[in-house]
Write a protein that binds this ligand. Structure first.
Ligand SMILES: [Zn+2]
Ligand SMILES: [Zn+2]
Length: 421
């Protein structure tokens, strides 16, 4: 068995790994790196691949999969959970609308891909020739999975994006694992400790009350998958007394998640949170909403598009309003500029933000301490690859793993091939 690193090497984005077992070739994720123009993982020939396993719907894991279906005769199976497929379709469709010009595939190829999806349950073994694939719940987004690949008595465990503490919406990752020979572990926050979740929730709630009780509107730009729903659920769990509205693609995600509540930790509180929130429909309502006291949750999380752009402009010019940043803000995005410089940029225009801006940590990833807890629990003496982090996070993490556990750990480069002997 051997593993080729096609992406996510010392970077967050374009996760893609090729597992080769004799004549069977299986991809673990096939994502894009989202920049001004999307960047892709290394190329594979679809006719050489039997299956691609999607760990979860985020575009950095799923976004390049339609490129395997440019030919109508493509025979690649797409393995994952039903929510992963529905959310991937939604996110990829949106990416085609926004960045279609830069992509080598179009909507029809996405449809072709969806026609090749095979639903898997967690902990159920799926056979492809003499290779076994098993998904374990990853706690990161609804339907998200870590993946075990077994062949000839050797095992690979790929964490995907993982959250072992769980959240208001999701159960913690399932780490009940057999012995592992190769561990591929995400490194996103390997060098940063995060604030305890309860503290973030408390702080967000205090800020929401402060703004709304002085008659202002609190705008919370949030990623449409998971974060928007998590924030609505946090407010509901703490019995937040004022109006909460949700808008944009988060509403489509609400609908999908309502179909799959068995994947959630507490379906009841989720149902209550989204059904009691106002689902904003149309510009007429939107324009009124920004003048009312209450909370508005809307994508895009980094303020790059969607109704969030309108909300940001409207909310920014009144000092009694607030903006709560709850999602990661990439370099060069309007969200990052707002956070760092307190200015609103849109269409080349720059205005000062008078509304109060606060940042809160609501990551769907393990913190540094929790990443090490995974290593504490791993059985066997595995080789370790640290991926899905910036250069420093991957390299330092590998050094620390080597030192602390004696495992053969490294931060691989793109195109590296690792043999499992
Ligand atoms: Zn993710
Ligand atoms: Zn990711």
């Amino acid at each position: 068995m051997k593993l080729s690193v096609l992406g996510a090497a010392k970077e967050v984005g374009r996760s893609a790994f090729l597992v080769t077992c004799d004549s069977t070739n299986i991809l673990l994720d096939y994502g894009v790196l989202l920049k001004r123009e999307p960047v892709f993982p290394l190329h594979v020939r679809p006719k050489d691949i039997q299956a691609v396993v999607l760990s979860h719907a985020h575009l950095d894991h799923s976004g390049y999969t339609p490129s395997l279906f440019l030919s109508s005769s493509s025979n690649v199976s797409v393995l994952g959970t039903p929510p992963t497929f529905e959310l991937s379709q939604l996110l990829i469709e949106d990416m085609i609308k926004i960045s279609g010009l830069y992509l080598p595939f179009e909507y029809l190829d996405l449809v072709n891909m969806i026609n090749h999806c095979v639903n898997l349950n967690f902990r159920e073994k799926h056979h492809i020739n003499d290779v076994n694939i098993t998904l374990h719940e990853s706690g990161h987004v609804i339907g998200g999975a870590s993946v075990i690949v077994e062949h000839n008595g050797k095992r690979i465990f790929y964490t995907g994006d993982i959250n072992t503490r769980g959240s208001k919406l999701l159960r913690p990752a399932d780490l009940d694992l057999p012995e592992i020979d190769l561990l591929i572990i995400e490194s996103t926050y390997s060098q940063t400790d995060q604030m305890p979740r309860e503290e973030s929730e408390r702080n967000l709630l205090d800020f929401a009350y402060e703004i709304v009780e002085q008659g202002g509107t609190l705008f919370i730009p949030a990623f449409s998958v998971e974060r928007a729903q998590e924030i609505a659920t946090v407010l509901k769990t703490h019995n937040f007394k004022y109006k909460v509205a949700m808008d944009g693609m988060a509403l489509k995600v609400n609908e999908i998640m309502l179909k799959y509540t068995s994947y959630l930790r507490d379906p009841e509180i989720f149902r209550k949170a989204v059904s009691e929130a106002e689902w904003v429909r149309g510009w007429h309502r939107r324009k009124k909403l920004v003048k009312e006291a209450g909370v508005i949750i809307s994508p895009a999380g980094m303020l790059v598009g969607g109704s969030a752009v309108f909300y940001m402009q409207e909310i920014a010019h009144d000092p009694k309003n607030g903006i709560a940043i709850v999602s990661y803000q990439g370099e060069g995005t309007p969200g990052r500029t707002l956070m760092d410089k307190k200015i609103v940029t849109y269409d080349g225009k720059i205005t000062k933000c008078l509304a109060k801006i606060r940042q809160f940590e609501f990551s769907g990833h393990n913190s540094r301490r929790e990443l090490f807890e995974i290593l504490d629990r791993i059985k066997g003496n595995p080789q370790v690859l640290t991926v899905h982090g910036d250069g420093n996070s991957c390299i330092k993490f590998a050094e620390e793993i080597k030192e602390k556990y004696g495992f053969d750990a490294k931060a691989p480069s793109q195109a590296d091939v690792i043999e499992l002997v």
